[in-house]
Structures are given as structure tokens and as C-alpha cells.
Ligand binder design. Structure first.
Ligand SMILES: Nc1ncnc2c1ncn2[C@@H]1O[C@H](COP(=O)(O)OP(=O)(O)OP(=O)(O)O)[C@@H](O)[C@H]1O
Ligand SMILES: [Mg+2]
Length: 158
């Protein structure tokens, strides 16, 4: 039961809460897996996956921008606290592409590998050590307009 109870399932009230959760996740992941782990990020477009990675990177003292690697498939970060590889496979055409791009070497090496849209790499990607799922959450006493939606996060260490 490595995921602390209070992290397994939580409502994130706003963007800052998602960033803060990413920071917390960093500590839990480092404590349990050390400096190397594969983290699958499940959730629809706009669910907050990249925002969570930003929080994780802030905890590693990365101060610069964290951009969505939607077109580049990968955004690497070399921080003083270790390497982070942020993948977004939304536009991947076939899992074989990952091998042509040399990503197998990245997964074989140290560092944290975050994968948005891991379903797109099925059959090629190594299994996850951590599964994170983000979904929309309607706050109590609201109509649930798109702009008002919060997020719900679930975490599982495999
Ligand atoms: N807890 C939250 N409550 C409300 N809005 C949030 C929350 N967390 C993040 N957001 C907002 O959700 C939007 C989308 O975030 P983000 O880009 O991280 O999503 P994503 O899951 O990476 O999307 P994509 O699949 O397109 O890459 C951002 O505008 C962000 O501010
Ligand atoms: Mg994203």
C-alpha cells in the first residue's frame, strides 16, 4: 500500500491544487521508486495531465515553462534533481514509431517518464509503476458549467 491514503483519491479544486498534487506525487514516487519510474497519465483532453507534470517538476526545482509535447511527442527536462521525460502520445500514429524515435533507450534508462495518452503506445510501452487518472468533477451546488469544473485524481502504485 505505498500510495498514502490521502493521495489515492482527491478532488482538486483548481489549477493550483493540481500543481500542488503534482508536487506531493513527486515525494511519494521518489520515496517508493527512487529516481526512476514510469507514470501513466490517463484522462481526457484538458483533464490536467500536463498541469500535474508541472507541479512534479517544480518539486525538482525546475523553474522554466512546462509545455505540452503534443506535437513533439517528448519534452525532456534535465534538472539538478534528475531527469524527467514528458511524453504526449496523442498524435502518435503507431506504437512502432516510438522505437524509430529512440524512445526505447529513454525507457531503459534512469529518470521519471510521464506518458500522456499511454493507450496509444499499447504493446510497446513498458508497464507503468504509477497510474494516475484525472477526470472532471462537478463542484457541489453548481450547474456544472464547463468553466466551473474541478478535477478528481486517482493514483495507484503498481
Ligand atoms: N483542478 C483543476 N480545476 C480546474 N481547472 C484545472 C484544474 N487543473 C487543471 N486545470 C486546467 O485544465 C486545463 C487543461 O490542463 P492541461 O493542459 O494540464 O490538461 P491535459 O490533460 O494535459 O490536456 P491535453 O490532453 O490536451 O494535453 C488548464 O487550463 C488548466 O488550468
Ligand atoms: Mg497535456
Amino acid at each position: 500500500m505505498p500510495v498514502p491514503d490521502e493521495m489515492r483519491n482527491r478532488v482538486l479544486a483548481d489549477e493550483d491544487a493540481t500543481v500542488a498534487f503534482g508536487r506531493e506525487l513527486h515525494d511519494a514516487v521518489r520515496q517508493y521508486f527512487g529516481d526512476t519510474a514510469t507514470v501513466y497519465l490517463h484522462g481526457n483532453l484538458g483533464a490536467g495531465k500536463t498541469t500535474l507534470v508541472r507541479g512534479f517538476l517544480r518539486m525538482m526545482n525546475h523553474v522554466g515553462a512546462v509545455k505540452s509535447p503534443t506535437y513533439t511527442l517528448l519534452e525532456p527536462y534535465r534538472t539538478a534533481c534528475g531527469d524527467v521525460f514528458h511524453f504526449d502520445l496523442y498524435r502518435l500514429k503507431s506504437p512502432d514509431e516510438l522505437e524509430f524515435l529512440g524512445f526505447d533507450e529513454i525507457f531503459a534508462g534512469p529518470g521519471y517518464k510521464f506518458v500522456e495518452w499511454p493507450e496509444q503506445g499499447t504493446g510497446w510501452l513498458p508497464p507503468a509503476n504509477v497510474e494516475v487518472s484525472l477526470s472532471l468533477h462537478k463542484p457541489a451546488n453548481t450547474a456544472g458549467d464547463a468553466q466551473q469544473m474541478q478535477r478528481e485524481v486517482r493514483v495507484r502504485f503498481v
